[in-house]
Design a protein around this ligand. Structure first.
Ligand SMILES: [Zn+2]
Length: 742
């Protein structure tokens, strides 16, 4: 039998798969000094201490643990290394704790799992904040093949990150990247170095609050990755990290990083209802609608007859995201919305009767401090308190400052459920909750609230419980309610049907969220601005933004300028949106229900074009965005069928050869040539799970009718297709499961 060794070492190496770690204990503490792959490539720019732990006492005095006094005991087992620091002092006090780090080696996947505990804590002290693991990663200045891939909104790739990744500025607090929040929607990131990626993720199935404190350090040519957890405050109790941090080095790119995370994400609490196609959440009527329009205010362009005219032009059912249904001003009196404007119930009845599903706006996240009732019940019983004992404030649209609702309070829950239920009682199909999956979730330290002070999982589980109650009660009264929110923080997927993704219009956006979650939750919306309709330099902006949403399986039509004005001012633009809406209706099996596979690389056949997009409310100048003239995405249905979606965003027809190389063909080719076929994850992700030479059905629109024909060619040698100007096409292929190849 293997006997674990226990040694007091000052330098030691830990290896798993391709990864080797080296740690050294010196005057500054225990440092992570090297992180290298199989070829010896170094991923760290400089050593940094492995952990930093902040403690708090009952008088709210904070102090850091001092790890310098003695090196850790190192205990090596077969598949893990345990480091134990004994007699670690709390700051300059005489109190001491024990800290243990477990570094688990998963040989098969090459993953390393990192976990920490703090034990033997005196009665007056609690763990407050844990920074672990900490890495200063090497990236080269001016190199476009180095990149940082982050789940900001749906996903962003920062190529040449030292120059492109934002830091500091007015959003510095947000740039600490709290999770869950629209700026950090999933718990991972990847750093690309050439054809290698370093994946770093928290595989936390519950959604404990954490901050991905990550950014560029241009001076030192490093990207610092210093994530930390705000813990629940429990005096005198041991603390154990309730999940593992995972690091993994492999060949690959953003898509492979998303696949590593997806494997974990399918075990998380928020995917427990299973994919949409199972029918345990989002009603089918909602999945079949591609068009979610925005009715932003009252007045010309937004009246009932305008919304009805939009519907008459589009000729499909639609969802209308309906603002200003209440008598109070926007962003005033929150969280109180009623009474509704006179006649609202009648309006809802009229629109719903015409297949326009009304989705009113509410905001139960922000609390208005400038109303009479603020002092009388909300302030003490529904608002969050920060660690300093002050109100947790946030600035929201129109630059107003709000208090933040603590979703773990009974008051916040009752206000939210009551407001949502009163709206469903008005006859609406859906309710939209602003900010929930968008705004930063900071810990609440109000000791009078009936939840543990600090971070932990309280916030996420409380919010989910509120949403669960709304869904359950609305299902009783309405049958098939739809609940949506702003932002796409993953933790609320189990209780929400659609998330407003694409709040930012970024040229470097990636469908990272779609690769991980598209078959589990729907997304809608993206800002499209009035100048894009009126100013010729933005020609094609609305069309290309919509085409990209469509390609990524995101509901579209959510324009700042009312659709009724687009129909009048630019009928061709409106006709294109109409075309996409009808294509969605006939292809929701892929566009709403499909799992996103790797998009096709058409760069051998097409040159990018540019479209100028307005990026924000006040952007009159715009940014040139490079786009392929034909956008594409590839989907897999739950029965295994594959769909390729293509949209031509130019005024010319474009002919292409669409190939989906199968693993079998590559394997057969390798056998024939007598060369080994390396079936690692990065290789497999380049191919498609199809039998060789699969035929395809070609789906196109002729007017309002879907026309299906057999495509010329096969999946291996390619389909010869011509995509008409400003048109979409779907190639649908039989399933691997159907053909029984696996
Ligand atoms: Zn609270």
């Amino acid at each position: 039998m293997h006997t674990p060794q226990t040694l007091k070492e000052t330098q030691f190496v830990i290896a798993a798969g391709q990864t080797r770690l080296r740690l050294e204990h010196g005057d500054s503490g225990t440092m992570l000094t090297h992180l290298t792959d199989a070829e010896g490539r170094e991923y760290l720019r400089r050593p940094n201490v492995l952990w930093k732990i902040e403690m708090i006492d009952r008088q709210l005095k904070q102090a850091e643990l001092d790890m310098r006094s003695s090196p850790p005991e190192v205990r090596r087992g077969n598949d893990q290394v345990r480091l134990t620091w004994r007699n670690v002092r709390i700051g300059k006090t005489n109190e001491q704790v024990t800290v243990k780090a477990t570094i688990q080696l998963k040989e098969e996947s090459g993953e390393i799992a990192w976990q920490l505990t703090v034990e033997d804590i005196a009665d007056d002290w609690s763990v407050f904040r844990v920074h672990f693991p900490r890495m200063d990663l090497a990236v080269e200045r001016g190199v476009e093949t180095d990149a940082v891939i982050v789940p900001n909104d749906r996903g962003i790739i920062y190529r040449n990150p030292l120059e492109s990744m934002p830091t500091g500025g007015i959003h510095e607090k947000i740039r600490r990247r709290p999770y869950p929040h629209g700026g950090w929607t999933m718990q991972f990131l990847a750093v690309q170095r050439g054809d290698q990626i370093l994946y770093i993720g928290a595989h936390d199935t519950v959604g404990h609050l954490k901050t991905f404190f990550i950014g560029p350090d241009a001076e030192n040519e490093a990207v610092y990755v210093h994530p930390y957890l705000d813990t629940e405050i429990h005096y005198g109790l041991d603390w154990a990290q309730p999940f593992q941090w995972i690091t993994r080095l492999q060949r690959g790119d953003w898509y492979d990083a998303a696949q590593i995370y997806r494997k974990f994400a399918l075990t998380a609490s928020w995917t427990s209802r299973g994919p949409l196609v199972k029918g345990r959440k989002t009603p089918l009527w909602y999945q079949q609608i591609g068009l979610v329009t925005l009715r932003l205010m009252r007045g010309p362009g937004f009246e009932d007859e305008d919304v009805l005219a939009e519907h008459a032009f589009m000729g499909t059912p639609m969802v209308c995201h309906y603002y200003m249904w209440h008598q109070t001003a926007f962003d005033a009196n929150y969280p109180f919305f009623f009474p509704a404007v006179p006649g609202f119930r009648k309006t809802v009845e009229k629109l719903e009767a015409n297949d326009i599903h009304v989705m009113p706006y509410i905001n139960m996240f922000s609390l208005d401090m400038h109303m009479d009732t603020w002092e009388q019940g909300l302030k003490g019983s529904a608002a969050k308190i920060n660690p300093a004992g002050d109100l947790d404030l946030h600035v929201w649209s129109q630059n107003r400052t709000f208090a933040t609702a603590c979703q773990a309070t009974a008051m916040a829950r009752q206000l939210t459920t009551m407001t949502a239920m009163r709206l469903f009682d008005q006859g609406v199909s859906a309710v939209y909750f602003d900010e929930i999956a968008m705004s930063a979730t900071w810990p609440c330290h109000d000791a009078t609230h009936k939840h543990p002070a600090g971070g932990g999982a309280t916030y996420v589980t409380s919010m989910n419980e509120t949403l669960r109650i709304v869904r359950e009660e609305a299902t009783e009264s309405n049958g098939q309610p739809v609940l949506t929110t702003e932002g796409c923080a993953e933790t609320y997927i189990a209780h929400l049907d659609a998330m407003l993704a694409g709040n930012g219009n970024r040229p470097n956006a990636l469908p990272l969220f779609e690769v991980v979650y598209h078959d589990h939750v729907m997304a809608f919306g993206r800002y499209t601005w009035t100048p894009e309709l009126m100013d010729p330099k933005f020609a094609g902006a609305i069309e290309s933004k919509h085409a990209q949403q469509f390609i990524w399986g995101t509901q579209f039509g959510w324009l700042d300028v009312p659709l009724s004005r687009v129909i009048q001012k630019s009928p061709a633009t409106a006709t294109f949106i109409r075309h996409l809406a009808h294509m969605w209706k006939h292809n929701y099996d892929f566009l709403a229900q499909g799992r996103m596979l790797r998009p096709l690389d058409l760069s051998g056949q097409l040159e990018p074009i540019t479209r100028r997009w307005a990026m924000a409310w006040t952007d009159e100048t715009g940014t040139d965005v490079p786009l392929m003239p034909v956008l594409n995405s590839v989907w897999q249905r739950i029965d295994g069928a594959i769909g390729v979606v293509l949209v031509n965003i130019t005024a010319e027809p474009i002919s292409l050869n669409i190939q989906l190389p199968s693993i079998q063909a590559q394997y057969a080719e390798a056998m024939k040539q007598g060369i080994p076929f390396v079936a690692d994850d990065a290789t497999l992700s380049k191919f498609y799970p199809l039998p060789q030479r699969t035929p395809a059905e070609m789906r196109m629109m002729a007017g309002d009718d879907l026309v299906k024909t057999i495509a010329e060619g096969d999946s291996e040698r390619g389909f010869a297709v011509t995509i008409q100007p400003m048109s979409a096409m779907v190639l649908a292929m039989g399933s691997e499961k159907f053909y029984g190849t696996h």
